[in-house]
Design a protein around this ligand. Sequence first.
Ligand code: GLN
Length: 196
Amino acid sequence: MRIGVLALQGAVAEHIKMIEAAGAEGVVVKRTEQLADLDGIIIPGGESTTIGKLMREYGFIEAVRSFNTAGKPVFGTCAGLIILADNIVGNEQAHLCLMNMKVQRNAFGRQRESFETELWIKGIDERVHAVFIRAPLIKEVGPEVDVLATHNGEIVAARQGTLLAASFHPELTNDFRMHSYFLDMVKQAAHSSSST
Ligand code: GLN
């Protein structure tokens, strides 16, 4: 399995390491043509305005949308979660508009810009150490979205079919269970497209 990490801006090398630790090949993605050889892609953390602008400039908005429409999974972490959403609080322009959720950027305020905690993740069904850095929150989700984790009652991880989103940075620990969870989604997607 070949999993790309969108490398326009943000935390790329760490995701590649985790993909490989979880047993797949990690590919640094800088051009849309590379998507054709991938089974799944991760949009990393960083700065969502910058990532969104560069995605537009390099044709990644349409390319990643078609990639997902073709049944291939996409995982957005932190800024990548914001990129996946179809609604951003404050009427900011949404980017991929793939996931039916309303997100709030920098939702923890200045006092708690960065922190670490343990989260119970549905599907992994264990506690996972989670690192939050100027993280967004998912304020509302549509009926097709499955909530995977909450922190103080607020949604911090969710899944909608072949789309996975996490407010935190699963690439910044030594624990690759979130990446393994994504790889399972990719395997399932590959299986269902070959059997149809
Ligand atoms: N605060 C950033 C944004 O709004 C996201 C932070 C991150 O990815 N660590 O884009």
